[in-house]
Design a protein. Structure first.
Length: 453
């Protein structure tokens, strides 16, 4: 038999039941494991005398029962190399439970039983969903509450309710946004939605919006920081994205049709998901990065056990149930687990590339690309046109002469290919004759017009 490891513990005998309890607690809180009595640490069989088997099983059982709650287990007597040994199989607890010994939580790492404390204890409880951020207390009291924010929330959630500012504390308690145990105070979710200055009590509730020039995170054109209630922060971020993305148009018959650079429902869904699912225990901020060819939502969150980037379409666990509920009440969220499927479906309908999802250490990144990413797949585009557009920044203007020189082609051929790109809505054209210039996109709706007649 092998030596001790992550799921195996070996002992010659049990002198004191308490000596086995830490191992039982550690196994139950990890992956489960086997305790063998009658073996040395390196797996050699020494056995238990027949007359000592009952005593050994009783002490083993007593040691297991010192752990609270008592984990599921099985105790058997087995024969190994002609000798009796006692075997206890300890089964792991479910992911939403934990056990302790004398008020302490132990965890198995290698062949050691580790007492969890400090950051490791905090991370363990959060991972087991025993500790939830949004239900934790804050120092915010009734004087910190913004009545207009409570009124606005209730107007959407309960349209027929007659709001009485004098009973605002009762509203918040019923919403599970506050506690009243002699002293009224809001929990974290309540502070994130209903107080005047959330940043005073939850400084990590911060979102950073950055517009970079080009496609590399080097040259910053604009950046803003917001630390307000979740609904106000979502609207702020959406406004920032709107100001730094483009809306074009095309003419269909006698009508003008807007052509946003990204589907609006995708932008909103991605921003809402960032606030709904972020890890508020983390000191990291939500960051929204806008580039010429993409937008990134970088969120402090680590996927729970059992969840992967691949199965996010079908599995969803709300990390912050109260925050999630309030956003649902306000109409920001439609249903559990539907956000990413809706993003994928909307991008597919609009002919956009699939989103890219990545777990990068303690951060999760969602990247959505604009149609420029797909430009080489547009029907009828040749290799020159595709490669040139991919190299071109949003603010770059150029002439047909530069295009002709770049690919060593004639000026008429260059003009023809550039006009084709304009017809497809990939480029815009400004000026006439020798002063004609081309660009990949426009800053306003009025200077990107595609006539399909």
């Amino acid at each position: 038999m092998n030596s001790e490891d992550q799921t195996s513990e070996m002992k010659r005998d049990i002198d004191d039941p308490a000596s086995i309890a830490k191992t039982v607690c550690s196994f139950a809180n990890t992956k489960g494991g086997d305790i063998w009595i009658g073996l040395t640490d390196d797996g050699n069989v020494v056995g238990i005398e027949k007359e000592g088997l009952d005593r050994c099983q009783l002490r083993l059982s007593n040691g297991i029962r010192m752990v609270q709650p008592i984990p599921h287990h099985e105790i058997t007597v087995e024969n190994k190399d002609g000798k009796h040994i006692v075997h206890a199989r300890i089964f792991p607890l479910s992911d939403d439970r934990f056990c302790s010994f004398k008020g302490l939580i132990y965890y198995r790492s290698g062949s050691s039983n580790l007492k969890l404390e400090g950051t490791s204890l905090h991370d363990f409880l959060v991972k087991r969903r025993v500790m939830e951020f949004d239900k934790g207390p804050t120092g915010a009291g009734i004087d910190d509450v913004a009545p207009d924010k409570v009124r606005s929330f209730l107007r959407v959630r309960s349209p027929n309710l007659t709001f009485d500012e004098g009973t605002i504390s009762q509203y918040l308690v019923k919403l599970e946004a506050a506690y009243e145990d002699g002293v009224f105070h809001l929990n974290n979710a309540g502070a994130l939605f209903f107080i005047k200055r959330p940043g005073d009590h939850i400084p990590q509730n911060e979102a950073r919006c950055v517009r970079f020039r080009g496609i590399a995170p080097i040259d910053i054109i604009d950046q803003k920081i917001i630390n307000d209630t979740v609904p106000e922060s979502i609207e702020f971020c959406q406004d920032f994205i709107s100001r730094h993305t483009m809306t074009g148009m095309k003419i269909e018959g006698m009508r003008r049709k807007d052509l946003p650079e990204y589907p609006e429902d995708v932008l909103r869904e991605a921003t809402v998901n960032a606030f709904a699912h972020r890890d508020y225990f983390s000191a990291a901020s939500i960051q929204i990065n806008v580039f010429d060819d993409r937008i990134e939502w970088v969120n402090p969150i680590v996927l729970p056990d059992g969840m992967t980037v691949e199965n996010l379409n079908s599995v969803s666990i709300p990390r912050n149930p109260l925050v999630y509920r309030y956003l649902r009440d306000l109409g920001y969220i439609e249903g559990l687990g539907t956000g990413l499927p809706r993003i994928r479906a909307s991008l597919k309908r609009g002919g956009f590339p699939d989103p890219v999802l990545e777990q990068i250490g303690p951060l999760f990144r969602l990247t959505v690309y604009n149609r420029g990413r797909n430009v080489e797949r547009v029907e009828g585009l040749n290799e020159r046109q595709g490669s040139f557009i991919k190299e071109l920044g949003v603010a770059d203007y150029f002439t047909s002469g530069q295009y002709a020189e770049r690919f060593s082609i004639s000026r008429p051929t260059a003009v023809k290919e550039l006009n084709e790109l304009c017809t497809l809505g990939i480029l815009i054209k400004k000026g006439r004759g020798p002063s004609t210039r081309y660009a990949r996109a426009a800053k306003t709706i009025d200077n990107w017009i595609i006539n399909e007649n």
